[in-house]
Design a protein around this ligand. Sequence first.
Ligand code: SF4
Length: 624
Amino acid sequence: MAEEMKGFTGRQLRIRLGERQSRVEPLDPEAVRQFLGGTGYACKLLYDELAPGTDPLGPLNKLVFATGPLCSNAVPGGGSVEVCFKSPLTGGWGESRAGSDFGPDLRRAGYDHLIVEGRSETPVYLVIQDDDVQFRPAGHLAGKTVGEKLALISAELPPGRFTIGAIGPAGEHLVKFASIMFGDRAAGRGGAGAVMGAKNLLAVAVSGSNRIEPADPEALKAALKRAQATLRENPTSAAFREHGTMGDYAGNDEKGDFPTRNWQSNSWGKGAELFDRYEAENFVKPYPCYRGCPISCARKAQVAGGAYATPVHGGAEYESMACFTAYVLNEDVDAAVHCSYLCNQYGLDTISAGSVIAFAMECAEKGILTPEQLGGLDLAWGHAAVLPVLLGMIARREGLGDLLADGVRVASRRLGQGSEAFAIHVKGMEGPAHDGRSGKALALSYGTGNRGMCHIHPVEAMAWDSGKMDWGLQKYGLPDPAGVERWDEAGKGAATVLLQDGLSLPEILCTCKFFMYAGITVDHWAEMVSALTGRDCPGGALLEIARRVYTLQRLFNIREGFTAADDQLPERVKAVPASGRYRDQPDCGIHDYAGMLRDYYLARGWDPETGVPTPATLRRLQLA
Ligand code: SF4
């Protein structure tokens, strides 16, 4: 193996479902040099191999299970897999991360990436064990929940330790925000589950027995030791373990970072009370989403009895709980935990699912849904009992669920009657439970996010200007957050560029972003990458790669017809909240979004009017 490929398996596995063929290919060394791995390498591959206009749910779309140089159980956060595809929800770039042993096990099997092409005529699942690749009939799995599929497949597997990724009924019914589930962890956003369902691929099981040798084992050992010491000293590690992502629930309500009643407000005033109830009655214990995670922020939760009785399961994360409470004004925490569980079983993205229900409730309130469309459902705000019913209907595309299964953009276009005004999305992706009115860099990140209004790339913007974090990026030009006012709009454009580049590195390297909230910086990652690959890769070089990746994803979207109009925010998301704690605060509104966007485009080296990367920028990034 060439020196450049140290730290990688150097191979990718390509599956042709229609022909039941598998082929091992060498990694493209030039793509590795320019884009490294994870969402970077996968973007280059999909940009080169997908023709513009490819139907996301047709056989020509491809699904890439991508890993990167840090994908390893030994690296903090390295139990990750990045699923990349053309999104059926947005029509543009799609990526979704899950914390799981799937990524490290795929690498142990001998592959950095798994590329799935074509479509099987009949339901199938894949079993990959080192060099052995089997296509197995999956007719008996059709229609089963994720839990049922995992149990049936586990009983059929050969000896060995396997990790399984599977879709639920939502993926089989091509719900455009269907997830791929890795146990209780989801690659949720953007509809990867629908792409997999359209291919008639119901699950992939992977097991491996190989080892990837680092270029410099001693340097890697030292880099990991430094990272572990940082994690031990950083109080956020312990806070994550103690409360998980739910630890933000009450504080975000207070800060106005808590979209409420379909974004009519950004605070509710009930966050603290509901969090206490969740901690007392539903939380069971923390757990690691992959073997060896030193933070273990994931939650085991349950509902011990009553109408929403739910077994102990992994779930009830912040975003899911906020979407099934504040978005829909539901105060029944048991119902919200149950809904999060149901989404995992159906294979539905919890954020989009909560969002489409909030949208439907507002449609019902305004008389936009006819009695026939409602089919007897009571969609009053806060009506907890209707939530699980509607989730099942969405997953199976029944009645009103069929309309909602395409997301709020499509549903509002079909319904009309002014509903587009409260269909909260960017590029077709529904908004997560953070509010850009209370930290203006977040608003810009939402508008310019390549996969739409997602919760992964933009949230660091809020953590910077409102939360005062810097991730070690000040030395690369990020303004000191201590001197930044969260309500201000000026100066947010250039900062957002650096935030997006720096905090998209975990997806390129294939590790968990939460470690950057617990003290791990770009320079820690750089040390590890250099030791693993033998390639001198300082922090500045990693940031340059991230900028190249972000720009190529932008080009992917432009090729699909996206323009500056797709970087706009819904008016409601910019307006001063109609109710709640911040309703009389003019600062809590976005007044010159066009100016912020212009500053952002200029900082990226994109045309300030069209948002298209200039030829000079493309040359500088070696993309032309
Ligand atoms: S910090 Fe949390 S989300 Fe990240 S890998 Fe560990 S358990 Fe998973």
